[in-house]
Design a binder for this molecule. Structure first.
Ligand code: GAP
Length: 478
């Protein structure tokens, strides 16, 4: 084995992640860029770069495979972002999907009243009415967080749905909304799915797609966005089977989180109090994640018992009979619905935060150095492997290229190929983007037809015959 590939021992400092460090790495390495960057950005919009797009695709594919392909009781749907405006009247979003806001009369800044109460006064405010929130803010005589003047208005409701117009002229066109959740297409198409997909209760409809919310206090990198993706399942059950299905989904969501490598100690399940339940829910629990300070515990995913609320509302508003005919009992009823919901962008954020690590080590000159490593689960890592010829020489490149093509083709995963810079720097680059294995082709390879495989996590190295390399990688990823 060639000496240049041997690295010094290190000391790990797990939980080194801060939002700023992870955001900086994401920009530096092409995971996430500020939206419209060359125009100075558009607040709280972000674009996923080449590696972010891969990470996101891996998460969504894995989710689809886990909850749709591997289950006999869930089918997929890919609904539109624009729906009939009456959908949102029936669903209750036009009336109920509001955030409580206060304005500052002096500097005109706008804030979410519940966030101000939680962050500045340390009180739980979700679910309180605007009148109750106004009373709390006035009792505390809270100054504006921006200008310091005590000139905050009363709290008032602000609908979070984005509106747009179908048709060329805005005055005569139809006002529609960009969907604020993917869920409604599953309720609206429930009858078509029932008629065409040969499903029987209990069964679920799953969807992955964009949702839009006019959030007033977005921020914290990709935590709260105006435009984001959801992976949702509406699971239809007999009216008396909701409670048991809820427990099953709670456990399925935990299993999913483990399977993508989120650490248990950063997760907790929180039951919603009655006064904070959404308008459609009889029971909700949030999976919360321990985000780095100052954020603390915040919602990652939700699980709700939506009862028959949505089907009943759509039945009433559309005039269509949405009851289910139960052949066993020879009766008709509206199914109840359990809804596990997973934010894609929050999943990515949590995976990046959990994976980010810094290790104290020595650089090639023996000076103290920090190794930044993304310990992403190989299932979700953008590159599963990298092929690195030790030097940029034709005889090494030829073998390395062939190995790259075999790994890519025979294992069927994304592999990087990098021949620029010294090998130590190339390893560090792969560490920072979470590549689990680096295959180095060196001069010994030309003699013994074997390569050095370096493990991202402990930097250990093993020699693997080139002929066995695809099978070796496939085994490690399985
Ligand atoms: N259909 C139910 C529903 O939409 P929700 O709790 O409002 O429930 C579900 O949203 C998930 O969507 C959240 O748990 C979170 O992961 C994600 N999410 C919600 N709002 C978001 C936002 N503004 N930015 C990013 N992700 C968001």
């Amino acid at each position: 084995m060639t000496d240049t590939t041997i690295e010094p021992p290190t000391v790990s400092t797990r939980r080194a992640a801060t939002m700023d460090k992870v955001a900086a790495l994401c920009k530096r390495r092409g995971f996430v860029y500020p939206g419209s960057d060359i125009y100075g950005g558009l607040a709280n919009t972000w674009d996923y770069g080449p590696l972010g797009a891969e990470l996101k695709r891996n998460v969504k594919d894995l989710w689809w495979r886990t909850f749709v392909h591997r289950r006999r009781d869930v089918v997929g749907l890919d609904g539109g972002i624009l729906m009939h405006p009456r959908v949102w009247e029936a669903s209750g979003h036009v009336v109920n999907f509001n955030d409580p806001l206060v304005d500052c009369r002096t500097c005109k800044s706008r804030f979410r009243a519940d966030h101000l109460i939680e962050e500045r006064l340390g009180q739980h405010a979700e679910g309180k009415s605007p009148v109750e929130m106004t009373a709390i803010l006035q009792a505390a005589n809270l100054p504006c967080p921006n200008c310091g003047n005590r000139t905050l208005t009363d709290a008032r409701q602000f609908n979070m749905m984005f509106q747009t117009t179908i048709g060329p002229v805005s005055e005569t066109g139809t006002q529609v909304y960009l969907r604020p959740e993917t869920a409604q297409a599953m309720f609206v198409q429930y009858k078509n799915v029932l008629a065409t997909a040969r499903v029987k209760l209990p069964f679920g409809i799953a969807q992955v797609g964009k949702a839009f919310r006019n959030e007033i206090t977005p921020g914290n990198f990709i935590f709260r966005l105006l435009e984001f993706e959801q992976m949702e399942i509406e699971y239809f059950v007999k009216p008396d089977a909701g409670a048991a299905a809820f427990e099953d989904w709670l456990s399925a969501m935990r299993t999913w989180l483990r399977s993508v490598g989120v650490r248990d100690e950063h997760l907790r399940v929180r039951e919603h109090a009655k006064d904070e339940l959404s308008h459609y829910s009889s029971r909700t629990v949030d999976f919360e994640y321990a985000f780095p300070a100052p954020m603390g515990w915040k919602e990652l995913y939700g699980l709700a018992n939506r009862t028959d609320f949505d089907l009943r509302q759509h039945q009433e508003h559309s005039g269509e009979d949405l009851t289910y005919f139960d052949q066993e009992t020879n009766s008709r009823y509206l199914p109840h619905v359990i809804e596990p919901t997973f934010g894609v962008d929050r999943t990515l954020l949590v995976l990046l935060l959990d994976a980010y690590d810094e290790e104290e080590t020595l650089d090639v000159n023996g000076k103290p150095d920090i190794r930044v490593v993304l310990r992403l689960h190989p299932r979700v890592a953008p590159y599963k492997a990298a092929v690195l010829p030790l030097m940029k020489k034709p005889e090494l490149a030829e073998v390395a290229r062939r190995l790259f093509e075999r790994l890519e083709g025979e294992v069927g995963v994304l592999v990087d190929y990098d021949e620029t810079g010294n090998i130590g720097k190339r390893y560090r680059r792969q560490d920072e983007v979470g590549t689990p294995f680096c295959f180095t082709v060196d001069y010994d390879t030309l003699e013994d037809r074997a390569v050095t495989v370096r493990d991202r996590d402990d930097m250990s190295q093993v020699r693997v015959p080139i002929a066995d390399a695809p099978a070796w990688l496939r085994d490690r990823l399985a």
